[in-house]
Every structure is written in structure tokens, then in C-alpha cells.
Write a protein that binds this ligand. Structure first.
Ligand SMILES: [Zn+2]
Length: 82
């Protein structure tokens, strides 16, 4: 079994991210989610009779991306006139 590729944490930029999961619990379902070991962010939880690690990884890689910052709006780049 090959694990899906995970992007760095969208919040702290750490690559210490891993797929976690629990189960099967008393319901027989298994949990799967991605977590950042550096800032303890957890991605969306996927729950089902099979461990949905691909979906958990996909959600981490896509849904948690922060909005792109505009490179034009960099403060402190005022031009001085002499
Ligand atoms: Zn993080």
C-alpha cells in the first residue's frame, strides 16, 4: 500500500504532516484524517467502513489551501524621491 503524497501544512508550512486514523470503533467504522505534528492542525475527518485515506489526503491537499497572497501588495516598498 502506498500512501498518498501530502503537501506541507498550509498554516505553519511544516512538512511534518501525517495521515492518522482510528478504528474500527464500536460502530465498525474507521476514521482517517491528516494532521500536522508541528502546529497540531487536523484536516477534515473522513469516516466509513473503510479507511478513506485518499480522501483525507485529498482534502488536506486542496481544501485547506489558504487564499493566495497578492505579490503586488508588498508593504514597505515605497519609492523614495530625492
Ligand atoms: Zn502546521
Amino acid at each position: 500500500m502506498s500512501e498518498p503524497r501530502l503537501l506541507p501544512c498550509p498554516f505553519c508550512g511544516s512538512t511534518l504532516v501525517q495521515l492518522s486514523g482510528a478504528g474500527p470503533g464500536h460502530t465498525g467504522d474507521m476514521d482517517a484524517f491528516v494532521e500536522c505534528l508541528a502546529c497540531e492542525t487536523e484536516g477534515p475527518l473522513f469516516n466509513g467502513p473503510e479507511q478513506r485515506i485518499d480522501e483525507a489526503a485529498d482534502a488536506w491537499n486542496s481544501a485547506l489551501r489558504p487564499p493566495p497572497t497578492d505579490p503586488e501588495e508588498t508593504p514597505g516598498t515605497e519609492r523614495k524621491t530625492q
